[in-house]
Design a protein around this ligand. Structure first.
Ligand code: 5GP
Length: 117
């Protein structure tokens, strides 16, 4: 996906709008969700523009692994190691994706039902 990333997360990556960052490295950024759905609600995104899992390629495998490892680090830093956390990626408008730059929700600090609604 080589087009300009006009999503709100593209703007956050480029520093055009502020975010409350909790983790950053060369490939991945994590920041507080603006409208938290749980006591801990952090978004982990690849800096590379990938729309969602449907847009991911074989070459993105290592990067997507880094997203999961960053989510693990964030969850541990937030004290979720004992109770656990939910890691959610919505892929497509029909299942609730509203920002079209791939992002993993790190959710924790309350109980969760299964299956998700
Ligand atoms: P989705 O519905 O696409 O899976 O999740 C998008 C998430 O991005 C939502 O939880 C929403 O609260 C969050 N969000 C939308 N706009 C912003 C923003 O400008 N800043 C931050 N930090 N989060 C945002």
């Amino acid at each position: 996906m080589s087009e300009q990333n006009d999503t709100v997360f593209g703007k956050i990556i480029r520093g055009e709008i502020p975010s409350d960052k909790v983790y950053e490295d060369d490939d991945v950024l994590a920041f507080q969700d603006l409208n938290p759905a749980a006591p801990v609600h952090i978004l982990v995104i690849p800096k590379k523009y990938i729309v969602n899992a449907f847009d991911a390629e074989e070459d993105d495998a290592e990067l997507l692994g880094k997203v999961v490892l960053a989510a693990k680090k964030v969850a541990i830093d937030q004290g979720l190691e004992e109770d656990g956390f939910r890691l959610v990626i919505n892929n497509g408008e029909g299942v609730g994706q509203s920002v079209f730059h791939l992002h993993a929700h790190v959710l924790g600090g309350r109980s969760f039902s299964w299956p998700p609604g």
